[in-house]
Write a protein that binds this ligand. Structure first.
Ligand code: TXA
Ligand code: MG
Length: 315
């Protein structure tokens, strides 16, 4: 059921239930992060492997400090600059965090979302909320309450409607290895913005990759075959029609049944906000395939390209 009643959502969370929660990035499937039984319901509904850790959402700095056993100075600097907002910090976990929440890892991913409804619900519940994106494992992330409902059908939990997400791609994840910051997932805060604050960022090693499923080769995928950065002359015939997903609309030189233009004015933030809805609309047309054109390799364009590349992976 979709509702606008925050109190109803808070009561459900207090009873150990799952709630679909709007954030500025994507909708999350939220439950009490400190209650392993509530967290187990998230893995079950999402069909997510239990060794894939969740992000824990807080509504103030104190709550964040309580979740971590250490909070390096660089992490504090990033938190001060970008929280509340689409940045997740991976830090050594404190004892209050159940192992199930972190997929058995000794670290915890912490995020202080900017969405006023998310903040109000966390505050009202009185505990931090574990919340992965509210989509079945591996599929397209939701940016409206209706996306969440249609992803889960009859099994959909109570969903709090907060309108369309303003950022539209998941949070950027930064981890700390031996005190040094490394970028684990591109997202709503660009690499350039981070580097302005803390200087050059390390690249995720293969071990770091393995612990961040957002880095899986295949992820965020539509049902329809998706081609990314594929030369037009090599595209197969499409008797059932084909769709295009592009930045400004000037890219395709072929005929398409349907074209989704993410930002006519060339604004990468607007494009990010439109990405998942557009992909869902094309996916719903049952076309032979969808062609995604590359976005500029800067700012949020990097996160968009990252998602499209994974969404197109056949692995
Ligand atoms: O914007 C977002 O981050 C959204 C909204 C709902 O807040 N949430 C989200 O959650 O994208 P999810 O579960 O779809 O992605 C969580 C990512 C995964 O890539 C996971 O591997 C990584 O966070 N992660 C969580 N805990 C981690 C940890 N302890 N170490 C490394 N990566 C971790
Ligand atoms: Mg996800």
């Amino acid at each position: 059921m979709i509702t606008q009643d925050k109190e109803l959502a808070i009561q459900a969370l207090k009873k150990g239930e799952i709630v679909g929660l709007p954030t500025e990035t994507v909708y999350g499937l939220a439950a009490n992060a400190l209650d392993a039984r509530a967290v187990a319901k998230i893995y079950e509904l999402k069909k997510r492997p239990v060794d894939h850790p969740l992000i824990v959402h807080v509504s103030d700095f104190k709550q964040a400090f309580d979740l971590a056993s250490e909070f390096p100075e660089i992490a504090q600097g990033l938190a001060e600059k970008f929280w509340p907002g689409p940045l997740t910090l991976v830090l050594p976990k404190s004892e209050v965090v159940p192992d199930l929440t972190t997929g058995g890892l000794p670290s915890v991913a912490i995020r202080f979302p900017a969405h006023p409804i998310a903040r109000e619900v966390i505050r009202g519940a009185g505990f931090p909320l574990a919340a992965p994106s509210a989509n079945p494992f591996g599929s397209i992330s939701p940016t409206t309450a209706e996306h969440v409902e249609s992803s889960f059908g009859k099994e959909a939990p109570l969903i709090l409607d907060g309108g369309a997400c303003q950022v539209g791609v998941e949070s950027t994840i930064v981890g700390f290895l031996e005190g040094k910051p490394i970028l684990l997932r591109l997202g709503g805060i660009s690499r350039e913005e981070l580097e302005e604050v803390i200087g050059p960022l390390g690249v995720a090693s293969s071990t770091a990759k393995a612990v961040a499923p957002g880095m899986l080769e295949k992820h965020y995928s539509p049902r329809t075959r998706l081609f990314w950065e594929r030369p037009e002359e090599t595209l197969p015939p499409s008797p059932g029609g084909r769709g295009a997903l592009c930045f400004r609309g000037t890219e395709p030189s072929l005929a398409f049944t349907d074209i989704e233009v993410l930002s006519k004015d060339g604004d990468l933030r607007e494009a990010a906000a439109n990405l998942y809805s557009a992909l869902r609309r094309l996916d719903a047309l049952s076309l032979d395939y969808i062609v995604a054109y590359a976005f500029p390799s800067q700012g949020l364009g990097l996160a968009i390209n990252d998602r499209l590349k994974r969404a197109s992976s056949q692995k």
